[in-house]
Ligand binder design. Structure first.
Ligand code: ADP
Length: 328
């Protein structure tokens, strides 16, 4: 079946993925493969704007790719690759930087936030981050970029850069990417408070063993007003219930919704049920991960092959770009 167009998405190499990554991003990446020609990139160059040591970059890239593949990214069908394997992106970034106004970059809320987060390291790359992101997207002649509503302004910015470039060089060589709105699902961490993430250590890793997963789930914070098992609970404010709604069979969700409110089911029981459902859900993922891990150099081969295929597209785009710019 002919595909609808090309999708591009990039994520920083954050190592082993957690349930938030899975439900908020990877699941969607996997699903889009049926309809789109997908290019998924592990953006190691972007990571350099915030990480100062690179010892963990390789391992993190490897672990992340392994998780994505185990979750269902099909490398025969999609391109999975590492950003730095396609150096053409740096060249395009430089050309695009000449049609991007500095003031616009420093005005972006995401840049200001980074300045607040790392005032001692406001590097040049940090300012140019959106330009490199645009280069990533347009280098592969991307039609659509899947983003949550909160990310849409970044793509609008990319579209502006593309328009400036095409106008300056009187060309249509670069494609303005369209936004494909995806449902923004925010998974809350086991603290029941903040967005699930590695940095807060409130995450549940997909690659954990069933025992480790159950242990993590047991640590989940429930309705704080429910002190004793005999107190009625309020599932509407309980993150475990929210997770049940995502992961558990409807009958079980309905039962918990009723029984929690009348103290018919305790939090420990409720969590163990969630852990069991989560572990069941992750069974095929874990089996596939173990299988891929046992095939020596498999992940590296996938990434190398993806890089080669990405580079073919990138080199073609750069021929057109240089021609449009009338570079000597
Ligand atoms: P990045 O810097 O690339 O955003 P993250 O690891 O923070 O790296 O996120 C990777 C992807 O996973 C992003 O699409 C992000 O929106 C999604 N994600 C991360 N944490 C969560 C979460 N707790 N809930 C939903 N989605 C999440």
């Amino acid at each position: 079946m002919a595909k609808k167009g090309r999708v591009f998405s990039g994520a920083r190499p954050t190592g082993r993925q957690h349930l938030g990554n899975y439900l908020g991003a990877i699941k969607n990446y996997v699903g889009m493969q049926a309809e789109y020609d997908c290019v998924y990139c592990i953006v190691d160059v972007h990571a350099l704007t915030t990480v100062e040591t690179t010892q963990e970059l390789k391992l993190n890239t490897f672990e992340m790719a392994l998780d994505w593949l185990a979750a269902g990214i099909r490398p025969e069908e999609s391109i999975l690759f590492v950003q730095s394997h396609v150096p053409e992106v740096m060249e395009l970034h430089t050309y695009l930087s000449m049609v991007t106004q500095f003031g616009k970059l420093t005005d972006l809320p995401t840049f200001k936030e980074k300045v607040r987060q790392q005032p001692e390291n406001v590097n040049y790359g940090l300012v140019g981050y959106p330009v490199l992101m645009t280069a990533d997207i347009v280098l592969y002649k991307t039609d659509v970029v899947p983003v949550g509503i909160d990310q849409a302004p970044h793509i609008e910015f990319a579209r502006e850069i593309v328009r400036s470039f095409n106008y300056r060089y009187n060309t249509k060589v670069l494609i303005e990417p369209q936004v494909k709105h995806t449902e923004v699902l925010k998974v809350v961490g086991i603290d029941g408070k903040d967005k699930m993430g590695k940095s807060l250590n409130n995450h549940i890793e997909l690659a954990s063993t069933p025992e480790e997963t159950t242990k993590r789930v047991r640590e989940m914070v429930t309705d704080p007003a429910r002190q004793r098992k005999t107190d009625p609970g309020n599932p509407d404010v309980c993150n475990v219930f929210t997770m049940h709604k995502i992961m558990s069979p409807q009958e079980e969700v309905d039962m918990i919704n009723v029984e929690c409110r009348r103290a018919g089911i305790g939090c420990v029981d409720c969590k163990l049920r969630f852990a069991a459902n989560l572990n069941k859900h992750l069974e095929p993922f874990r089996a596939k991960r173990a299988e891929l891990e046992s095939q020596q150099s498999y992940v590296q081969d996938v990434l190398n092959d993806g890089g080669k295929r990405a580079r073919v597209i990138a080199q073609q785009t750069m021929v057109e770009v240089r021609e449009a710019m009338q570079l000597p």
